[in-house]
Design a protein around this ligand. Structure first.
Ligand code: 13P
Length: 273
């Protein structure tokens, strides 16, 4: 049974003081069974969020994630953050977000190196993939995403099991759905989630073992109102939430819906409800 995961990507929002308060409130309002919750604040807010969550019983089950990590562990890289520096501050990390591919020129080759650094220090990676609108309209969405996966996971060809051990999560975020208020259709996102598992399974020996149990999240204008469309799909294991993750009522609604999905999965596997 795959887990149900709701991850909040706060992007470039909040100060350390705001972040602590929001994390505490969110933890209290989303404290439902069987949903893995993760908050990914800006780097400078990681310590505040970690401490705020540790200070409230509801926060104990909430993971903390970074939004990026450098592709080298250390060195002369002014302004950058290495994976080892995140240990103790975060246990998750988002890698390859489309905003970084767009604004920081991140390539699949670079993303592969970032993933390797994350896995080396024991961070749980959320790898983001997704097509542009023109690519979807041209019928190329699945091939574009498959190419992103192939490039981003190339660094693990010798040791795919390391990815499984690290608990790799893939977030399918169609670029045209991010911050636009326009979501993908649930059925299309579910088809992509299956295509993602197939593409990873086809990467070679050892990757097939990761593919079946791989959690795939949907991201792109997820709100409390829109979440049900995705969380009703058995192929989709949760959401990576941007704008709505800064709004307590929205997140309470999204996580409550995710809890229904988790309960349904539990019941379906005969583990009670
Ligand atoms: P929005 O939910 O604001 O569309 O952002 C999605 C996203 O990019 C999450 O990583």
């Amino acid at each position: 049974m795959r887990p149900v995961i709701i991850a909040a990507n706060w992007k470039m929002h909040t100060t350390p003081a705001d972040a602590a308060e929001l994390a505490t409130t969110l933890a209290g309002r989303t404290n439902v069974p069987d949903v893995e919750r993760v908050i990914c604040p800006p780097f400078v807010c990681l310590a505040a969020v970690r401490d705020a969550l540790a200070a409230t019983p509801a926060g104990l089950g909430v993971g903390v994630g970074a939004q990026n990590v450098h592709h080298e562990l250390s060195g002369a890289f002014t302004g950058e953050i290495g994976a080892g520096m995140l240990v103790g501050l975060a246990s998750w990390v988002i890698v390859g977000h489309s905003e970084r591919r767009r604004d920081a020129g991140e390539t699949d080759e670079l993303i592969s190196r970032k993933l390797q650094r994350a896995v080396e220090v024991g961070l749980r990676p959320i790898l983001c993939v997704g097509e542009q609108l023109a690519e979807r309209e041209a019928g190329m969405a699945e091939s574009v995403v498959a190419a992103q996966l192939g490039g981003s996971l190339a660094g693990f060809a010798e040791d795919p099991a390391a990815l499984g051990a690290a608990g790799l999560v893939v977030a399918y975020e169609p670029v045209w759905a991010i911050g636009t208020g326009r979501t993908a259709r649930g059925a299309d996102a579910a088809a992509m989630a299956e295509a993602i598992r197939q593409a990873i399974g086809g990467l070679g020996r050892g990757f097939d073992a990761i593919a079946t149990d791989l959690p795939v999240l949907y991201g792109g204008s997820v709100s409390a109102a829109a979440a049900g469309e995705f969380l009703a799909e058995p192929a989709i294991d949760g959401a990576l939430v941007g704008g709505a993750s800064l709004k307590v009522e929205e997140m309470a609604g999204i996580v409550a819906r995710a809890s229904l999905t988790a309960a349904g999965r539990r019941a379906a596997t005969g583990r009670g409800g």
